[in-house]
Write a new protein. Structure first.
Lengths: 112, 115
């Protein structure tokens, strides 16, 4: 079963706009990670945020975590066509990356 | 440093057959995890191998089995294939289990179609 859900399921924006996607999860976690997947192929790790952190930045990515609401958001600023992909959040209960539990994903389409 | 590789890329089987999928972990990594990703869904954890021993299993029946070799490459075997086994199978390698986060590096996946 999936840990939670991403919202929205699909998002279409124009190049240069910001894209925000949200993730909800069900149980306590050690950390939460965001992954990107192009065209149903392998996953690429984007960013990790630990349960005691509230916000983290990496380049054009900004991730927030609200453990009281069991939710996280991923913001991609100044989006590019190359950002078109599916984005998944994944939670880790053990802190050792031994078992990632993924959400259902957000499909992002960035048009020129 | 080579990344995670998987073979074959695509595979078509019929219901009731058996299949073996292969994964070569990234150089220096001793842990391999397998995930099943159905169309339109997020990946689901099948099991993990650490130093040739199974270390954790998800909610999958015993007909899903695995193996890890001394060079840390791994196989996923599925017996008595069912139509619902059609999915993208991903393997991910990482280094060790001891304390703290260890990033998992994913392979490109094997697309299995069961007819």
């Amino acid at each position: 079963s999936q840990q939670g859900e991403e919202d929205p399921q699909a998002l279409s924006i124009q190049e240069g706009e910001n894209a925000t996607m949200n993730c909800s999860y069900k149980t306590s976690i050690n950390n939460l990670q965001w992954y990107r997947q192009n065209s149903g192929r392998g996953l690429v790790h984007l960013i990790l945020i630990r349960s005691n952190e509230r916000e983290k930045h990496s380049g054009r990515l900004r991730v927030t975590l609200d453990t009281s609401k069991k939710s996280s958001s991923l913001l991609i600023t100044a989006s590019r066509a190359a950002d078109t992909a599916s984005y998944f959040c994944a939670t880790d209960y053990t802190g050792t990356a031994s078992k990632l539990t993924f959400g259902t994903g957000t499909r992002l389409q960035v048009t020129l | 440093e080579t990344g995670v590789t998987q073979s074959p890329t695509h595979l078509i089987k019929t219901r009731g057959q058996q299949v073996t999928l292969r994964c070569s972990s990234q150089s220096g990594h001793n842990t391999v995890s397998w995930y099943q990703q159905a169309l339109g869904q997020g990946p689901q954890f099948i099991f993990q191998y650490y130093r040739e021993e199974e270390n954790g299993r998800g909610n999958f029946p015993p007909r899903f089995s695995g193996l890890q070799f001394p060079n840390y490459s791994s196989e996923l075997n599925v017996n008595a294939l069912e139509l619902d086994d059609s999915a993208l199978y991903l393997c991910a390698s990482s280094l060790g289990l001891a304390g703290g986060f260890r990033e998992q590096f994913f392979g490109p996946g094997t697309r299995l179609t069961v007819l």
